[in-house]
Design a binder for this molecule. Structure first.
Ligand SMILES: [Zn+2]
Length: 121
C-alpha cells in the first residue's frame, strides 16, 4: 500500500536524522501534503496507526497533516492563484499549468518532549 511505504519512509528519514534517545521523546510529526500529491490524509493516518502498532514504536506519537492548496503561476499577472475545482487558471481567467504548490509531500516539523530529568541512582 502506497501510504504504508510513505510512513516507513518518514520513519527512516527520522531515524537517519535523530538518535534513538531523541526519537524516544518524539511527540508529533507534522507533514505537509499537497492536494496534488495523490495522498489521502485519512489513509495516511490509518497507515501511521498500522505501522506504529505493528512495529511497537512511536505509539505515543501524533501525526499532524496539513494539506497544501494547489496554486498556479500566471506570467501575465506575475502572481500565483489558487486552483478551485481543479480549474487550472489564474484569477484573470488565463489558463495555466504552471503548478507552484500543491505537489509537496514533506516533513514540515518535528516535536520532541523535554528530556526526562536525570536522577542520581
Ligand atoms: Zn493572470
Amino acid at each position: 500500500m502506497h501510504e504504508i511505504s510513505l510512513i516507513r519512509t518518514v520513519f527512516n528519514t527520522l531515524e537517519a536524522e535523530f538518535s534513538p534517545e531523541e526519537l524516544s521523546r518524539l511527540q508529533a510529526v507534522d507533514l505537509k501534503v499537497g492536494l496534488l500529491s495523490n495522498v489521502e490524509p485519512i489513509l495516511l493516518q490509518n497507515a501511521f496507526a498500522a505501522v506504529t502498532q505493528s512495529e511497537g514504536k512511536y505509539e505515543t506519537t501524533t501525526l499532524n497533516i496539513e494539506t497544501v492548496p494547489i496554486e498556479v503561476y500566471c506570467p501575465v499577472c506575475d502572481k500565483n492563484s489558487p486552483v478551485k475545482d481543479y480549474k487550472f487558471a489564474c484569477s484573470c481567467g488565463r489558463p495555466s499549468s504552471d503548478v507552484v504548490s500543491g505537489t509537496e509531500l514533506l516533513i514540515h516539523r518535528i516535536h520532541f518532549a523535554e528530556p526526562a530529568s536525570v536522577r542520581s541512582a
